[in-house]
Design a binder for this molecule. Structure first.
Ligand code: RM4
Ligand code: MN
Ligand code: MN
Length: 396
């Protein structure tokens, strides 16, 4: 690799940060059951500790996304404890995720529930989550709703849309000027007939209705199989409405597999659209990159390190596309030249340059190997195994 290429890789890595989900370190499973890992985190402190390890070894994951119900058992009162963990483990709290889907009250929805008292309860939890974010100095409050219905005719779709508009608008009023509200969409699951925020267009309209600090969050696993996600990304960029990502990969539904494990070219194409937008406009796109994965079978910390390494590689490859050459090829309708610019960048092996960058930062050249050598996994396995053998709850 020539020095200008490795300079580009270095510059790309300098600006690339990715947030880890606290729930990625906890025991998870499928609706058919859960396989308990002896080293999984069961407390918020353990999640911070594990995320701290990933950041220590990779240097690019300074924040942890928190799910309010699972990580802030005392609600707003939990924030002092969380600040302490942040200091102790060297990672701070990132996006705050209200939980509007797990309590029994939400059986028929949260903001879309026909029962006004449930809608009010959902709004109270939302406002508490905004206050938690405020106290933790977290900028983003990320909303994912399970709201929907299972059978035709059982829900008033237009009425629910209006309730969502009203509730999101009210939540938006509670934001401080530096906060953002991110609205995530998903086509199905857990609802199997209609989902209130099923796609990016619905999320976009609701964000616009909520107010200027609301943006759309793209979870890469939340699309139908043939969806052109990078086109969605390009449109949201053009509308100045792309707020963040939840990265994961899938083959069938919302599989929450590791980013780039099934289709790395897909992630590359997403990063390419973002970089091309930045090149063309001369502006940095203000996007929160986050991981949203569930490692049911792989070791959780190893899987997270593997993910971060993959994310860095795909981002660095996307930076290698020459914007000027691409614009010229597109203008001239030189299809082969244009496509080759993407393919050549994707085919470039950036791994050695990434290792050099790590060494230049005093980080381990191979974070996965360093983790295996560190003894951390053996230590937490010993400490946590007994508790995990009794663990019955999901996620938290
Ligand atoms: C959903 C969605 C949310 C995540 C939950 C756990 O499918 O991706 O972002 O918080 O799962
Ligand atoms: Mn998600
Ligand atoms: Mn999901």
């Amino acid at each position: 690799m020539d020095s200008s290429t490795s300079d580009k890789v270095f510059a790309a890595l300098e600006m690339f940060r990715i947030e880890l989900p606290s729930w990625g370190f906890a025991n998870t499973g499928t609706r058919f059951g859960k396989f308990i890992q002896p080293a999984a985190a069961t407390t918020t402190e353990e999640k911070f500790s594990d995320a701290g390890q990933v950041h220590l070894l990779t240097g690019v994951c300074p924040t942890v996304a928190l799910h309010v119900l699972w990580d802030c058992p005392e609600g707003v009162q939990s924030t002092d404890e969380i600040k302490l963990y942040a200091r102790r483990y060297g990672v701070t709290s990132g996006s705050i995720n209200p939980n509007l889907f797990q309590d029994q009250e939400y059986k028929y929805g949260s903001f879309g529930n026909p029962d006004e008292s449930v809608r009010r309860r959902a709004l109270r939890h939302t406002k508490d989550s905004i206050e938690i974010a405020h106290r933790l100095k977290s900028r983003d409050i990320s909303f994912w709703f399970a709201d929907g219905s299972n059978y035709p005719g059982t829900a008033n779709i237009r009425q629910r849309k209006q309730w969502f508009e009203e509730a999101l608008r009210e939540a938006h009023r509670a934001l401080s000027p530096d906060q953002r509200m991110l609205v995530e969409y998903k086509p199905f699951e857990p609802a199997f007939y209609h989902t209130d925020i099923a796609d990016w267009g619905m999320a976009l309209l609701l964000s616009r209705a909520a107010g200027p600090q609301a943006k759309v969050l793209v979870d890469t696993g939340h699309h139908y199989a043939a969806q052109n996600i990078e086109q969605v990304v390009a449109w949201l960029l053009s509308e100045k409405m792309l707020g963040g990502f939840h990265f994961n990969d899938r083959r069938y539904a919302d599989d929450d597999l590791m980013m780039g494990s099934i289709d790395p070219y897909q992630v590359f194409r997403i990063f390419h659209e973002i970089r091309f937008f930045e090149w063309e406009t001369g502006q940095r796109a203000d996007i929160a990159y986050m991981v949203d994965q569930s490692h049911n079978l792989k070791g959780k910390i190893e899987a997270m390190i593997q993910t971060v390494t993959m994310a860095q590689q795909l981002f660095a490859k996307a930076v290698l596309v020459d914007g000027k050459k691409l614009a010229t090829a597109q203008k001239n309708c030189d299809l082969v030249a244009a496509e080759s610019l993407l393919q050549d960048a994707f085919a470039t092996d950036v791994r050695a340059a990434i290792q050099d960058w790590r060494v230049s930062k005093g980080l381990p050249k191979d974070p996965l190997e360093a983790f295996r050598q560190s003894g951390y996994l053996e230590r937490i396995t010993k400490e946590r195994a007994a508790r995990n053998s009794h663990s019955v709850t999901s996620y938290a």
